[in-house]
Design a protein around this ligand. Sequence first.
Ligand code: NAD
Length: 481
Amino acid sequence: MTTVTAGDAITTLTTHYIDGEFVESHGREVMDIVRPTDRQVIGRVTLADEEDTRRAIAAAKRAFATYGKSTVEERAAILRRMHQAASARLDDLTAAMVEEYGGVVQFARPIVESAVGAFLASERALSEIPWTRSWNKTTVTMEPVGVAGLITAWNANALFICLKLASAVAAGCTAVIKPSELSSLQTRALVEALHEADLPKGLLNVVTGLGNVVGAELVRNPDVDKISFTGSVAVGEGIMRDGAATMKRVTLELGGKSPNVLLDDAEFDEAIPNALAAVFLNSGQACAAGTRLLVPSKRLEEAKRAIVEAMAAFPVGDPADPKTAVGPMVSQKQYDRIESYIRKGIEEGAEVLVGGEGHPEGLEAGYFVKPTVFVNARNDMTIAQEEIFGPVLSVIAYDEEDDAIRIANDSKYGLHAFVSSTDLEHAHRVAGQLRAGRVVINGMADDPQAPWGGFKCSGVGREYGRYGIEAFLETRAILEA
Ligand code: NAD
């Protein structure tokens, strides 16, 4: 393959994956890939243009004519092959996430494993879909929606691509993927792996380029039937609006400002380290991060002491070091964004308990920020309302449990929520009142068959398991007169 050349430790990518092969980019714009730990240029990628995108859409459309009629057994076999092919490159995928994105290896490895696991999870979920139902003279079948445009964010590249692709393939759709341009090297490792899965030509197409070029073409092109998007609310709004012209089906996985409710009977020795893990997850660049910690007022001082003590378990530094919990932010833009929110929190009167502005000592070369915990925060402050997308926690005190539930739900977002209690029944009672797509009790948990997605501005639709597959299906009823 002539697509990747390594010279002077800079990887150069000039091709896209269209119709089963790596083809030279028609787009000419070149973008540098900058390593977040030290700001060194480690790659150069030639970005796709509208013409590359249209070629990929045409390939996916041709492939759909056949693949759209595939049997569930054929799709299951393809998903197993994708799983096998991607599994063979787990080490490369992890290394690429650490190098290009600065993801800490203690998070990158499990996230890449989940990514690869998505193919098997979708294969398993195939058996849960009611593909055909009949009664009297009526038959209802579940049909693939068509060509799917999959647009992803940079903070867990392999996971988003695999989740969306696995669901689309399980449903019988063909795909054009527009990964974040910040994830070009990671995407290449994944696509090279999937190239080995002996896929039908045109089932998988990948065009790396800018959102307002490649993404916009996917959204407006009438031959794309469905957009599944992971990213910001602002771009999600635009996709919904612009997609309406061609009546696109849309799944939008957007931002979050997830509350973490410590109930008055919570065990802080466990609940506080869990709360910090939930906010520093993926160096704080996580849509599900529990960034608002709701603590009973009468236990606030105890919570502060526990937070300061527990911080030792969250060192910042080299993402390749397995002990590191918080790595660099992905880019200068992201670094500046986090710093501006920390400044804003101070200006608005929240108190810095740990962290604060500037680089951590000795880490000035990269996009490192200080993991920061604000106390005396109010829910109406900017730092408690807006998604920061960095390792910044706002601790908010509440008096009564009803206040905690009200504050938790007082957000435009509703992606995730957390509840801690020593009494599971109590925790479930509160969890059942939280307006979020997923509520996790006592720590962190995942289930590849459980739906993932948001209430309110956190998005539209669900991913994972049968819910993810259903998002790529249409129903057709055939009725005999
Ligand atoms: P972003 O919205 O800037 O970009 C996401 C993707 O959309 C990128 O591939 C980008 O190139 C593309 N894009 C940009 N403009 C576009 C346009 N006009 N048309 C079509 N595509 C366009 O988001 P980001 O900065 O990459 O990611 C961070 C955001 O993603 C955060 O808000 C985070 O909460 C969210 N996110 C959500 C989930 C979830 O599962 N709900 C998961 C991860 C990240």
